[in-house]
Every structure is written in C-alpha cells, then in structure tokens.
Design a protein around this ligand. Structure first.
Ligand code: C2E
Ligand code: SIN
Ligand code: SIN
Ligand code: FE
Ligand code: FE
Length: 375
C-alpha cells in the first residue's frame, strides 16, 4: 500500500492537476511498465460532447484537441449504459472500426486499454483511460490495483472542477445580490465562451495551447465583464450613447473586475486553481488593443496575453451581433466587415482570422444559443 500512500500525498499537494496525473502515471509504471499513457476526458452535459482534457504522455497525441459527441462513440456510451468499466485487451482491432472515433483510437497504436467512467455524486463527468503498449495485460489483479489509482485521480479531477464550480457559483450569486440587471444575457455568455473556445482550438498548435488551457478559456471567459457589477444602472443600462464622463466610469469595469476576481479567489480559498492567472487576465485585459489604444493599461501586441486577445474578439463579435440597450443587433455580414477592419489595429489578426474562417461553426453556436426572452 505504500505506493498508494505516496501518490495520495502527491495528489493532495498544491501542484497542477496535470503534474498530479504525471506523478500517478510514474508511480503506476513502476509496477506496470506497460501502462504508457493515462488520459482524462471531460463530458459537457449541455452539448453531449466529450473533450480530451489532459494526458500524461508526450505531445504527439493524435487525440489532442479532439472532441466527440458521446453518441458518436458507441463503445464509450456502452460503458455508461452498463455502468461498468471497459476493458479492451486488443485495441488493434479498432483500426477496422466503423466510425471515425473508433478508427482514431486504433490509429493511436495502443495495444490495449482500460476505461472507467468518473462520477461525482452520481453525475457522470468524464472518463479516465489507461493505455497499454502490450495486449492482454488487464487481468483482474492488475485492474484491482489500477482502480485505486483511478479513484485517486478522479478525486483530484473532482477537486479541480469543484473549485471552478464554486468560483462560478460565487460570481453568479454576487451578481444576483447586487441586483445586476445585466444587459449581457446568459445566451451572450453561452455564445462568447464557445467562440472563445473555438478560436483557442484553431490557434492551439501555433500558440502551443493545450487542452486544459482551451477548457479553461471556455470556463473563464463568461466572467470577463464581472466588473460591470460595480457600474451604476443609469450608465450600464443607458439606452443611448454614453457621455465622456460616463464612458470613463464604464471603463473602470476592467480593473474592478480584476479586483473582484482577486477578492473572490482569496475569500473562497481558490488561489491555487490551475491556470487561474488566465481569469485575472481575461477580466482585466479584454479591452486592451493591439495598437495600444485600449484600456486599462494601453499595452500592445503580444504584451496582451493571448487569452485576453481571444476573448476580445469573441466578445466584440457577439456584442455586434446582439442587441444592447444602446444598439440594435447587427447582421453577421456587417459584423464580419467590422472585425476585418479592426484586425491588426485593435483586435488580434490571428484571432479574427480563426473566427472568420470558421463561420460555419459560429453559426451553429448562434443557432444553439438563441437570444432568450430575458434579453
Ligand atoms: P459591450 O456592449 O459588451 O461591448 C463590448 C465591446 O464590443 C465594446 O467595448 C466595443 O469594443 C465592441 N462594440 C460594441 N458595440 C459596438 C459598436 O456598435 N461598434 C463598434 N465598433 N464596436 C462595438 P467598449 O467600447 O470598451 O465598451 C465596453 C462596454 O461599455 C460595452 O460592453 C457596454 O456595456 C458599454 N458601452 C459602450 N458604449 C456604450 C454606449 O454608447 N451606450 C451604453 N449604454 N453603453 C455603452
Ligand atoms: C483517448 O484515449 O484519449 C480517448 C479515446 C477512447 O478510448 O475512446
Ligand atoms: C466504437 O466507436 O464503437 C468504439 C470506440 C469508442 O467509442 O471507444
Ligand atoms: Fe468588458
Ligand atoms: Fe461581453
């Protein structure tokens, strides 16, 4: 049991989830050298999509940034339906599989795999995969030992997801308590967070963004305007153009947002969430401009963190195509032309291109999250 004890200690430390999984993997390999990869996928119940979240092997992972609908992965769905782990002692047969998901797994070249569903309070939230480079290795006694690790890893994942959930709940409660009648509706946040994730996915290879980063931009981007809570209603909800004085007050939402995030993280003990600086950057820097004309700091180009540049494009595109108290919704065509003219000046060129070159997917998101009646 001593290996488990050491791993448990490691999993309790304030290291990143990714480091925890790598440590667990190292420890497993000492006993079972044939386990060459541990991977975790997370399930989004809203869209029925499974996403690769993180894995312990090197970068050359054919399933990186891979998403699949649970309905397109029948053998994974069967795990859930039966409520039992899946043991495939010869994966090589998957290469002749019928659907794309199956073939991709076959092409990875792993010889065998053991897959367990992860549950939190009875709710399914993802899978954990143990991949082997040898066939016929997953015997009962091996599985019993691996199960202990799987349990520890799933607790670490729950811990991470719960922290983020707590943070999101704290933010929602805060905005309700302050009676924010936010002109930015829930569906704005649904759309812009998915545009942000789409842009990050397109830029992933060039900017070296891993799946955890992509998932965090999705989770954190809805909090970009949290600082608007501090803006008085007569300015926030003004049906017309802001005066210079009002505009100056409005602009404080960026720094206010950063301060609120810092406060929340401190009060809820969430300062150790992985990638948490992304959230601070998104709240504070989503109105910075590439040419330095933005606020609050006027920083330029690459000095603006990529998460802030991504969220800026997603936010502006959705602000343009949505109705606001001060403007009508624009057509996609008009918004596209505006983005083109802003690219390289205020908005990041690569982020704008990523969005414009994937308008088919943007339109799907728009259809999926239509403006609701609270708007
Ligand atoms: P928002 O409504 O979420 O808009 C976010 C950003 O989208 C704006 O940041 C701006 O960059 C872009 N945007 C929105 N509408 C337009 C538009 O008609 N044309 C162009 N070219 N860009 C647009 P910005 O300007 O820093 O504004 C931040 C926030 O200040 C806005 O968030 C909104 O809440 C408020 N705001 C800005 N202008 C006005 C206004 O004239 N009247 C009122 N009531 N609020 C305004
Ligand atoms: C993975 O290995 O990342 C998931 C693929 C699968 O076994 O369905
Ligand atoms: C299948 O698609 O039938 C098997 C692949 C999987 O979902 O793991
Ligand atoms: Fe803003
Ligand atoms: Fe916004």
């Amino acid at each position: 049991m001593s290996e488990y004890h050491d791993v448990l200690e490691e999993l309790n430390k304030h290291t990143s989830l990714h480091d925890k999984v790598i440590t667990a993997h190292k420890s497993i390999r000492e006993i079972f050298p044939f386990i060459v990869r541990i991977a975790i996928t997370i399930y989004d119940p809203d869209t029925n999509i499974l996403k690769t979240y993180l894995h312990s092997s090197g970068d050359d992972n054919p399933l990186n940034h891979y998403q699949a609908s649970l309905d397109d992965a029948p053998s994974l769905k069967a795990i859930l339906d039966k409520g039992l782990p899946r043991i495939v002692n010869n994966l090589l047969t998957f290469e002749e599989g019928e659907n794309e998901h199956t073939k991709r797994i076959g092409r990875q070249g792993y010889a065998a795999s053991y897959t367990l569903p992860m549950f939190n309070n009875g709710a399914f939230f993802g899978f954990i995969f143990f991949n082997s480079d040898k066939t016929d290795v997953f015997t009962d006694s091996v599985l019993r030992q691996i199960d202990v690790y799987a349990h520890l890893i799933s607790l670490a994942v729950i811990n991470e997801l719960t922290s983020i959930h707590t943070l999101t709940a704290a933010v929602k409660t805060t905005s309700r308590i302050t009676h924010l009648r936010d002109p930015e509706t829930g569906s704005h946040l649904d759309r812009m967070s998915r545009y942000s994730r789409l842009i990050a996915t397109i830029l992933a290879d060039e900017y070296n963004l891993d799946d955890v980063y992509i998932e965090h931009i999705f989770m954190f981007s809805p909090l970009h305007d949290i600082g608007k809570i501090s803006i008085p209603d007569n300015i926030l909800l003004k049906p017309g153009k802001l005066t210079d004085k009002e505009r100056t007050i409005m602009k404080t939402h960026a720094v206010k947002g950063r301060e609120m995030i810092d406060d929340l993280l401190k009060n809820f003990g969430l300062e150790n969430i992985e990638y948490i600086d992304m959230l601070r950057n998104i709240a504070e820097l989503h109105h910075e401009a590439i040419n330095g004309s933005g606020y609050p700091s006027g920083i330029k180009g690459n000095a603006i963190p990529i998460e802030a540049r991504i969220v800026a494009v997603a936010d502006v595109f959705d602000a343009l195509t949505s109705a606001r108290p001060y403007k009508e919704a624009w057509s996609n065509e008009k918004a596209i032309n505006t983005l083109k003219s802003l690219a390289g000046k205020t908005l990041d060129q690569d982020c704008v291109n990523a969005l414009l070159q994937n308008m088919d997917q943007i339109e799907i998101i728009q259809q999926q999250f239509v403006e609701n009646s609270y708007g």
